[in-house]
Design a protein around this ligand. Structure first.
Ligand code: NAP
Length: 250
């Protein structure tokens, strides 16, 4: 490596931990991890980690400049589009190379009964036609979109319990972190007599078993499509992101 470089990894998903671990072994590279601070018990590694928002584009631009960041890798969740757009604007203003690691979206396979929708609001509109026992697997931030559906019982799975002041639809809350096995997901759907699932098209393996289980049990999935992300260099796996860093560092 020509000279020491500093890379900022915007994280919040499993792949960011994997990339942080691998990048930290590259000689001459200093890695800083950034988390939004949404989860109560984030997985913290030995890599320096800052937690909390930057304060929009201007805050992020200041941070990148002050911390003398040379490279930025955006490994945020595909539905965390605001931070991705902020990162695109801030890095372009400062001429800092930026990479997005975006895991591929799940694709419908034979037997899947998907109803693809653009948002939680649209998902909420179609649910009454699909059943009265729904597995809501969208995290806890957007539960309010379903809170008016008082005649539906929801099985809600999220990393943390919802904030006390947030709107939550009626039902049961499971606080669990994946990965989940196919057997676990099948028995969950059967135990709670689930008639339909709402999921974001997050991609990746950790939470895909519920989609396979739904397909096998003939349960419909209301699949929320991804928001649009900024243009720019993109890879779909951790190994390719490591190669990108090495190309910039040599
Ligand atoms: P978002 O809507 O794109 O971002 C909202 C604000 O949160 C951003 O403007 C930024 O605040 C702050 N932020 C987001 N990611 C950050 C990071 N890695 N480091 C520092 N600040 C960050 O994001 P979100 O949907 O709320 O998701 C928040 C975090 O949870 C992300 O890191 C994401 O990877 C993770 N996550 C999200 C989902 C999901 O479904 N959305 C699922 C799993 C994990 P400022 O403007 O103040 O900088």
């Amino acid at each position: 490596m020509a000279k020491d470089k500093r890379v900022l990894i915007l994280g919040g998903i499993g792949d960011s931990l994997k990339l942080t671990a691998l990048a930290s072994t590259i000689p001459g590279l200093e890695v800083i991890n950034s988390l939004a601070g949404r989860t109560r018990q984030p997985i913290i590694t030995s890599t320096p980690t800052r937690i909390g928002g930057f304060g929009g584009v201007s805050g992020l631009t200041d941070y990148l400049r002050e911390q003398k960041i040379d490279l930025l890798i955006d490994v945020t969740h595909p539905f965390a589009s605001k931070i991705s757009w902020n990162a695109a604007i801030a890095t372009s203003q400062l001429n800092i190379p930026r990479l997005m690691l975006v895991r591929p979206a799940w694709k419908k396979i034979e037997g899947d009964r998907w109803l693809e929708v653009k948002s939680n609001e649209v998902a909420a509109k179609v649910l009454p036609e699909l059943g009265s026992r729904i597995f809501l697997s969208i995290g806890r931030q957007e539960l309010g979109s379903y809170a008016h559906l008082k005649h539906i019982w929801f099985l809600i799975r999220a990393l943390d319990i919802p904030q006390p002041d947030s709107l939550v639809p009626p039902g049961k809350i499971l606080t669990e972190r994946g990965p989940f096995s196919l057997e676990e997901e099948q028995s969950l759907l059967q135990k709670y007599e689930i008639e339909a699932i709402v999921s974001k098209n997050s991609g990746g393996d950790a939470t895909y078993a519920k989609i396979i289980a739904a397909g096998e049990l003939g349960i419909p999935v209301v699949m929320i499509q991804r928001p649009s992300l900024p243009e720019g260099e993109q890879v779909s796996d951790v190994k390719s992101a490591v190669s990108w860093i090495r190309n910039y560092s040599d």
